[in-house]
Design a protein around this ligand. Structure first.
Ligand SMILES: Nc1nc2c(ncn2[C@@H]2O[C@H](COP(=O)(O)OP(=O)(O)OP(=O)(O)O)[C@@H](O)[C@H]2O)c(=O)[nH]1
Ligand SMILES: C[S@@+](CC[C@H](N)C(=O)[O-])C[C@H]1O[C@@H](n2cnc3c(N)ncnc32)[C@H](O)[C@@H]1O
Ligand code: SF4
Ligand code: SF4
Length: 325
């Protein structure tokens, strides 16, 4: 399906829960956030109707995110439901990885195709500081579990933060030499980050690329390892994996935006950075079927902004984990 700017919209990001087992400083304020009541969160059968409706009008890729999607009990049941929907050819998960080891097999058996794992530092003290209490070894075990299960590609998301982990980008990129890992360095976005912590922390991708090239040699443009996201990929000479960059700030990719978001409370959000939303929960709970929901999805697509206006500041009182990252 096309939006008003001739962009093909075929990717639905679904936030399955607003809760999380971490409290990353760039994602949640220090005081934490108030979680919504369970009954406000869409049930699996409701999400299934939304995906069936989306598939009927051209959505092909689904990504489950959150909050932390693995905190949602029985996630494999949702994956199984989605993998049975004709037209959906990719089901992926974005996770902090901590809960992956015990669930990886059941998720894969249910139809999960790919995982992207947040991994911002190689230093356990820093990891604890960034996540406010997480254990780095747990995230690494999640990555190993994903590789051992045979997921391909396994992508890592590294948000680069000045004065925090910008001195680690070379060591993190080096991981791709020996392991089939696809690291994406992400520009820090000013999302819900009115706190002082965020100020002056942005590092442009070009600077990250220079740091890597100076130490590890040329970055050779590489084929996109499966996916629907906006990263641009490169390979270090002889590397098994790739190094990618997500340049939301320095060179936004809105003109090729292909996505819609479904919040955990059942609103469709046409653009990450625009507070406009279309409610699906009330219609679903009033008995709307696939046709009615498909019409509402089309309405949301027609409301998609041409591009984000991040420099104007965050216009929402919620943060990334509440909207769905
Ligand atoms: N500007 C912008 N950035 C986004 C959007 N969605 C995700 N991101 C950023 O991209 C990062 C990576 O997102 P992932 O959840 O791993 O998904 P992806 O890159 O679309 O996934 P692939 O299909 O594997 O390419 C996130 O951590 C965000 O920082 C979006 O809609 N707009
Ligand atoms: C909100 S999290 C949800 C999924 C899961 N809990 C995780 O951490 O992967 C999704 C992604 O958003 C990214 N993210 C959160 N806040 C961000 C910000 N201010 N700028 C850029 N990326 C951000 C995280 O690094 C993570 O890769
Ligand atoms: S980035 Fe992911 S793991 Fe960290 S607080 Fe946000 S939702 Fe949780
Ligand atoms: S900021 Fe909005 S328009 Fe730009 S890529 Fe993200 S969702 Fe699409």
């Amino acid at each position: 399906m096309q939006d008003n700017y001739q962009r093909e919209i075929n990717y639905l990001r679904i936030s399955v829960i607003d809760r999380c087992n971490l409290r990353c400083v760039y994602c949640m304020p220090p005081e934490g956030v108030k979680f919504v009541d369970h009954k406000e969160i869409l049930r699996f059968e409701e999400i299934e109707i939304v995906v069936r409706a989306a598939a009927s009008i051209g959505v092909k890729k689904v990504r489950l995110t959150g909050g932390e999607p693995l905190v949602r009990k029985g996630l494999e049941n949702l994956i199984r439901r989605i993998s049975n929907i004709p037209g959906i050819d990719d089901i992926a998960l974005t996770t902090n990885g901590l809960l992956l080891p015990p669930h990886v097999q059941v998720l894969q058996d249910a139809g999960l195709k790919r995982v992207n794992i947040s991994f911002d530092t190689l230093d356990s003290e820093r990891y604890r500081e960034l996540t406010r209490f997480g254990e780095l070894s747990g995230a690494w075990e999640g990555i190993v579990a994903a590789l051992d299960a045979g997921f391909h590609p396994v992508k890592l998301n590294t948000v680069v933060i000045r004065g925090f982990n910008d001195d680690e980008v070379v060591d993190i990129a080096r991981l791709t030499l020996k392991k089939p890992l696809h690291i994406r360095f992400i520009e820090f976005m000013p999302i819900g980050s009115s706190n002082a912590w965020a100020t002056g922390r942005f590092v442009p991708a070009e600077e990250i690329m220079s740091l890597i090239k100076n130490k590890l040699g040329p970055l050779i443009p590489a084929k996109i390892p499966a996916g629907s996201g906006p990263a641009k990929y490169y390979r270090l000479k002889g590397a098994q994996g790739t190094v990618g960059f997500i340049t939301s700030m320095s060179e936004h990719f809105c003109s090729s935006c292909n996505r819609l978001r479904l919040t955990s409370t059942g609103s469709l959000r046409p653009c990450l950075y625009d507070s406009c939303e279309v409610d699906l929960k009330a219609p679903l709970r009033n008995g709307a079927g696939i046709k009615e929901i498909a019409a509402l999805i089309k309405k949301a697509v027609s409301l998609k902004a041409d591009q984000h206006h991040m420099l104007d500041g965050w216009q929402d009182n919620r943060v990334m984990s509440q909207i769905g990252g």
